[in-house]
Design a protein around this ligand. Structure first.
Ligand code: ZN
Length: 242
């Protein structure tokens, strides 16, 4: 598929095959892009800056991400909003969440970052299995970033490191939300559903959510600046008790 429409301002692109046969040409005015693809995160970082130099909003749904996101010199000079969704079982256990910093480095105007993972399928090493020193990356600064939300937050070590890095390298941050659920669990079930009960969740998922909450208390809460609006999403205390 070849797209040579220079004056498009928005594209939604979904595919279930390899990206190798897609040519996006140069859409100099494209501001909004959504892609659904295998390896979409890696592809987006490596290929999109040169094709879409004016991009302001990028949403990436990845069906499969086998390698960590590469560092690259190319820039998303105008990108303000980045949303990355790892669908279902898409993430390799060796995927390094910290490699997403590559997008922050490439995007000097970035204001919002939304990340969604499915903790149910995440097989990443927990920080409690390897509590050795957390990586520090002080040379990376992201001083436009205002709003960060991570849904499906788990105790994955590289996810905890990514969150600590954002807090330590961003003076502009105003909102941080870490949701240990899939993003759909209401804080008080009985006031939301007529049934008066939340939908059931697998016990393993509830246990991982509690590990994630412990990771937040242990590694993150202490470095959250007092001026920051910090929100933590938890499983329902009534229906999802362990
Ligand atoms: Zn409930």
């Amino acid at each position: 598929m070849e797209i040579e429409a220079q004056y498009l301002s928005k594209i939604n692109f979904a595919a279930v095959d390899e990206l190798g046969q897609l040519s996006l040409g140069q859409s100099l005015q494209l501001k909004i892009l959504e892609i659904y693809y295998y390896g979409a995160v890696c592809y987006a970082r490596a290929k999109l800056p040169s094709s879409f130099p004016s991009l302001e909003s990028l949403t990436i749904f990845s069906w499969s991400e086998m390698v960590s996101t590469p560092m690259a010199p190319s820039k998303f000079s105008y990108l303000k909003h980045l949303r990355v969704v790892f669908l279902a079982r898409s993430l390799s256990p060796t995927y390094d969440h910290c490699s997403l910093i590559s997008f922050f480095d490439a995007s000097p105007s970035l204001e919002t970052f939304f990340l969604q993972v499915v903790p149910m399928y995440a097989k990443h090493p927990s920080i409690f299995a390897d509590p050795s020193d957390l990586r520090k990356m002080p040379e990376h600064r992201h001083d436009k970033l205002k709003n960060v939300k991570i849904v499906g937050f788990s105790s994955s070590k590289s996810l905890v490191e990514l969150t600590c890095h954002i807090l330590e390298s961003t003076t502009s941050l105003e909102y941080l939300t870490l949701d240990t659920t899939d993003g759909h669990s209401p804080p008080r079930c009985s006031s939301v559903h007529n049934m008066g009960k939340c939908f059931p969740i697998d016990r393993d998922v509830i246990l991982e959510a509690h590990k994630a909450l412990l990771a937040i208390r242990t590694y993150i809460q202490g470095i959250v600046p007092s001026k920051l609006k910090f929100t933590v999403g938890k499983p329902c205390s009534q229906c999802h008790a362990v």
